[in-house]
Design a protein around this ligand. Structure first.
Ligand SMILES: [Cu+2]
Length: 676
């Protein structure tokens, strides 16, 4: 069974254990000894099942069972033992004789106690989460004590000894609460040392900026993005209230060629909360990274900020605001960033950002299928970008294809696949490549939304700029390699203009793709030498255990998404030194998927659930850590600065699941507590 299955089973067993013991206790209290006696072995059985679950879970890692082994199981075991010794024989006696015997406190209280112990363990797991500390242990015991005391008051009046009992519980609860506010370490050195001399000692992040000139042979690509509220029309005509760059959603597609200098002037017209630009997956200098309160101040209405960085990373990326990013990105403050190599191939090249506007899935700004004519034999590349908070599943029918790049990184010898599902994490990108067949090709999103239909064009040659039939719909936000005007007003290189038509579909029937197996990127492509040797001396090791629990988020108590039991900004900052080889273990013991995203670096996947990838080396900037999964990744610290390290389900990040990773010696003049 999978770890997430075991986690669910353990919750179920805990709930059943609670119900069984409370039911036994209640039956006794209501003088039904035969019912209680019948329930007793059931309660013992589910208790044993619960313990078996914990033992099975422990094999997946200590992170998954810590609070159960330290607090829940001992408390449960002790109370069940007491119940068996005190209540068991008397219950048998009562069942034979008079029912009234069963209602004696010495029978009822131990049975209820076992139920309260089971419930307290459940509460620890659900409300307090990871890790088990003195604080969470004491609070759990106090909760158990309160329940016991209240039922004591009900079951056996007149009561004696209640007051000292209540005082003791109060003391335990206060101590547990107090310890919860004990100061935590502000930094995590990951086992490394602090105070090493290095190049960036005392350097401000504001000095870590991009260059002013392109590389030799490159050119300057200037873009102007103005953030403003607007109402936009989707392709169906449906109106959507949005936050836009230049009045459009997605924002203008930024494209460049390797060696160019990308210069983006960001202006804010009327986004009251402010706006920034973060270049997702692009390893820009830290001062260009667009994290408010860390690398810059948020750009408020009437203000501007200019970003400059070299187009030295070929591939598919995207940009988005990082100020109140959960709301801002959801409302539309995002766009695509594609950098082409200098010897770029001709062909059809479509960038397809998927997003959800009030429940409607769109590709670009299309809430209806995009129809694109393509000539058979034409090399075709589809760049899928997930700008949502949750994963999307893509299926391509009508042709075999190769998944040539993930997160902007080319894969080694990607094999041809067909009839597979591609699960794209939030924030992630997949590049698909194939030769346009003589028949149609269709892209489905989540096995139900028709995203794109590629319809074979009748003749070979250049794409017809206007389409041949009926009304012509320009595909505003779907970029072809050719002819689409970018935000700077420059047109792409050679070729002709792609177009979409409203012609009747000839992309073939819609296939039912829901049963297609999911492609595992860790088992795809051919092994090769990784970009760095992950077995050499590791300087820093960090572990991030992701969970949910009560924690302070920006000074307010919340049911937060936590990292090692803390929420932003209280999660200790990870400290690295330039040149370090850094390993990070990410553990998900929660019930939701967490797309983990480190700014400024691409990480090499070392293992998932203890198993190394069997395919091509995988460099990712966003990886889905599903419930119960344990990922180990590594990176070389070669990009000095201050970086966010967070869940890219931005609502999770907003609810605390974020931290900083800082290069030693780099400082910030900005004091925003919130990382956006
Ligand atoms: Cu998350």
């Amino acid at each position: 069974m999978t770890t997430s299955g075991l986690l669910a089973l353990d919750l179920l067993a805990s709930a059943l254990t609670t119900l069984a013991w409370l039911g036994t206790g209640a039956a006794a209290a209501f003088r039904r000894p035969k019912v209680a006696l019948a329930l007793f072995p059931v309660a013992v059985l589910v208790t044993l099942a619960r313990v078996a679950c914990v033992i099975a879970l422990a094999r997946a890692g200590w992170w998954f069972v810590q609070e159960k082994v330290i607090v829940a199981v001992p408390l449960l075991g002790l109370t069940v033992l007491v119940a068996a010794v005190l209540a068991g024989p008397r219950l048998v006696e009562a069942a034979r004789g008079r029912g009234v015997m069963a209602a004696r406190p010495i029978v009822v209280m131990p049975l209820l106690g076992a139920g309260f112990a089971a419930a307290a363990g459940l509460v620890h797991t659900l409300l307090l989460g990871y890790p088990a500390t003195w604080s969470t242990g004491l609070l759990t015991v106090a909760l158990f004590g309160v329940a016991l005391l209240v039922s004591w008051r009900v079951v056996c009046p007149p009561v004696r000894g209640l007051r000292p009992g209540a005082s003791a519980i109060l003391a335990v609860a206060l101590l547990g609460t107090g310890l919860a506010f004990a100061p935590v370490e502000a930094t995590d050195l990951g086992g490394g040392v602090s105070g090493e001399r290095h190049e960036h000692q005392g350097q401000a992040v504001t000095a870590l900026r991009g260059p002013n000139a392109p590389a030799e042979g490159g050119r300057v690509r200037r873009f102007m993005l103005t953030a403003r509220t607007s109402t936009i029309a989707l392709s169906s005509g449906k109106q959507v209230a949005a936050w836009t760059f230049n009045g459009q959603v997605p924002g203008p597609a930024i494209t460049a060629t390797e060696g160019d200098l990308i210069e983006v002037r960001l202006r804010n017209a009327d986004i009251e909360s402010g706006v920034t630009l973060h270049w997702h997956g692009y390893d820009v200098p830290s001062g260009e990274d667009g994290v408010p309160g860390l690398t810059q101040d948020a750009v408020l209405p009437g203000e501007e900020f200019v970003y400059r960085f070299l187009a030295n990373q070929v591939g598919t990326f995207w940009y988005h605001t990082h100020e109140v990013s959960d709301l801002g990105v959801r409302m539309g403050l995002y766009g695509t960033l594609v950098v082409h190599s200098r010897n770029r191939a001709e062909g059809l090249d479509l960038t397809l950002p998927v997003h959800t506007f009030s429940g409607t899935t769109v590709l670009g700004n299309h809430d209806q299928p995009i129809q694109q004519r393509a000539y058979p034999g034409m090399p075709t590349r589809l760049r899928l970008v997930n700008t949502d908070n949750t994963p999307h599943r893509f299926t391509l029918s009508g042709t075999p294809y190769r998944l040539v790049a993930i997160d902007g990184n080319d894969l080694n010898e990607p094999g041809e696949v067909s009839k597979v599902g591609l699960r794209l994490p939030a924030g992630g990108r997949y590049d698909l490549a194939f030769t346009m067949p003589a028949t149609g090709v269709r892209l489905l999103v989540d096995d139900r939304t028709e995203g794109l239909k590629l319809v074979p064009a009748a003749t070979t040659g250049a794409l017809d700029p206007a389409g041949t039939t009926g009304s012509v719909e320009t595909i505003e936000n779907v970029r072809t390699t050719t002819g689409t005007t970018d935000a700077a007003g420059t047109t792409g290189t050679a070729g002709s203009t792609g177009s979409a038509t409203a012609a009747s579909p000839t992309a073939g029937p819609v296939e039912n793709t829901a049963s297609w197996p999911e492609l595992d990127p860790l088992a795809y492509g051919e092994p090769a030498a990784p970009p760095f040797d992950a077995n050499e001396q590791v300087k820093r090791r960090f572990t991030l255990v992701l969970d949910q629990g009560l924690a302070m988020v920006d000074g307010r108590p919340m049911y937060a998404h936590t990292v090692n039991g803390q929420a932003f900004p209280n999660v200790p900052t990870q400290i690295v030194t330039e040149g370090d080889l850094v390993r990070i273990t990410v553990v998900n013991r929660g019930r939701e998927t967490h797309p983990w995203h480190l700014h400024g670096h691409r990480v090499l996947v070392l293992s998932r659930d203890g198993r190394a990838p069997t395919g091509a080396p995988l460099l990712l900037d966003t990886f889905d850590v599903r419930p119960g999964e344990v990922w180990e990744v590594a990176f070389r610290a070669t990009n000095p600065g201050l970086w966010m390290n967070h869940c890219h389900n931005l609502s999770h990040a907003d609810m605390g699941m974020a931290l900083h990773l800082s290069y030693e010696g780099v400082t910030t003049p900005f004091h925003g507590a919130h990382g956006g």
